[in-house]
Design a protein around this ligand. Structure first.
Ligand code: NDP
Length: 397
């Protein structure tokens, strides 16, 4: 039975707190801390059992260390923003507790996410006998486990991998992002990138487009090629993969709004002077847009996120599709959040559970595909993200 400290009380933090609270035999004591304590208290009041709350600026390592020393958790579940990753990892090393996050480090002043900063902690965590689990959300996270599962059970060799993320939910608002707007818009307005024959191919933002016919009645949708962080770790850990790509659906209205905002400079991360004050346009835009956590009651429809894996088994060519369908309103009924926060928060809880139960506990810094996929796949079915698998007639082009 363990004691956990969850950092970040946004859309994802709310789901993690709910899901950990549901699994009392593993998560005996829970503390939820964030920059704004009132958000933690609001979440705590929704839960069926008592948890503790605290205020912390996770960018301040001293403050984090003091909080960890007070709470004495076995591990920290970091669901604040990617900017906090290294500071929280430093605090974990200083206090001797395990670490988990859902998104890789991104420097605030540069829209560039890479694993190199966190992979550089490998030796420090290993020497300290501590584990850091990186990217335990859905994508990265479940998509990483899906790849490991496909390789373990269905393929001798993976040739191509396409991760396809569809949000077919509708919140009825003209423009809103489903998770932190700043992180979301920085990701989408960046160049696309995919892995092919040992090198990275760069595409212009949203340049590559296909159509995909999704299961569960979702039907045909446009999908766009994006760079996504799991491509970096999967191409490293499965060097046999000849081509790895990531795709996401966007509706026409969403793209139109984004284009206009970009054209007028509202998505820029460069500070500008306004009435004697420096403001960062994208941060100002975030203040105007709906809080992703407020979309829960409004969003109807489903998400479908999965992997298409093409490879060989016993000399035979095969195409495998493994995916999860999640319903926004079902999520809201259970944890008062929409499916994007839900599909991230559940795998964060499961990753922590894997570590605390000893199934994945191993000193060092790890991505999910490096660990045994079976217990995690089992728990996805158990804790709200059931997956389905099927074989396709031909590879995805
Ligand atoms: P939100 O913006 O809704 O929440 C972020 C929370 O972190 C807020 O409560 C915020 O506090 C808190 N926070 C920010 N800075 C600090 C700080 N310095 N110290 C303490 N707390 C801080 O984001 P989401 O919940 O949507 O996303 C959380 C994380 O999940 C992000 O890293 C995101 O990239 C990741 N994610 C991962 C996905 C995956 O599939 N792997 C998918 C979706 C998201 P305050 O309210 O005061 O601002």
């Amino acid at each position: 039975m363990a004691n956990v400290l969850i950092v970040g009380a946004g859309g994802v933090g709310q789901v993690v707190a709910h899901k950990c609270a549901q699994v009392e035999d593993v998560f005996e004591n829970i503390t939820l801390a964030s920059r704004t304590k009132s958000k933690c208290d609001k979440i705590a009041a929704m839960l069926p059992r008592k948890i503790n709350t605290a205020e912390v600026d996770a960018d301040n390592v001293k403050e984090m260390v003091a909080l960890i020393n007070k709470v004495k958790p076995d591990m920290v579940i970091n669901v604040a923003l990617p900017y906090q990753d290294l500071h929280i990892m430093d605090a974990c090393l200083e206090t001797g507790v395990h670490y988990l996050d859902t998104a890789n480090y991104e420097p605030p002043e540069e829209a560039k996410f890479e694993y190199k900063w966190q992979w550089a902690y490998q030796e420090k965590f290993e020497k300290a006998g501590l584990m850091a689990l990186l990217g335990s959300g859905f994508d990265p996270g479940v998509t990483s486990v899906f790849t490991a599962y496909a390789k373990k059970h269905h393929f001798d060799r993976i040739k191509t991998l396409d991760i396809i993320d569809c949000n077919a939910g509708d919140h009825g608002l003209p423009f809103a992002t489903n998770f932190n707007p700043e992180i979301n818009i920085r990701e989408i307005t960046a160049n696309g990138r995919y892995w092919e024959n040992g090198e990275w191919i760069t595409t212009k933002p949203l340049e590559e487009k296909r159509e995909f016919d999704f299961p569960a009645g979702i039907g045909e949708k446009d999908i766009y090629l994006l760079y996504h962080e799991e491509l970096e770790s999967l191409s490293k850990h499965f060097p046999e993969i000849e081509r790895a790509r990531f795709w996401m659906t966007f509706g026409a209205s969403y793209l139109k709004h984004l284009e206009v905002l970009q054209n007028v400079g509202m998505t820029s991360i460069e500070p500008v002077k306004f009435q004697g004050q420096e403001i960062v346009p994208i941060q100002f835009l975030k203040a105007l847009l709906p809080d992703p956590a407020s979309l829960g009651p409004l969003t109807k429809g489903k998400t479908c996120i999965g992997n298409i894996v093409h490879g060989t088994k016993d000399g035979e060519d095969k195409v495998y599709y493994v995916y999860n369908i999640c319903d926004h309103q079902e999520c809201y009924k259970e944890v008062k959040s929409q499916a994007i926060s839900y599909t991230t928060g559940v795998p964060a809880m499961i990753g922590a559970k894997m570590m605390l139960e000893g199934k994945w506990m191993k000193p060092g810094v790890w991505n999910l595909e490096q660990l045994d996929p079976d217990p995690f796949m089992h728990d996805l079915n158990q804790y709200g993200l059931p997956w389905q698998e099927t074989w396709l007639d031909k590879p995805f082009q």
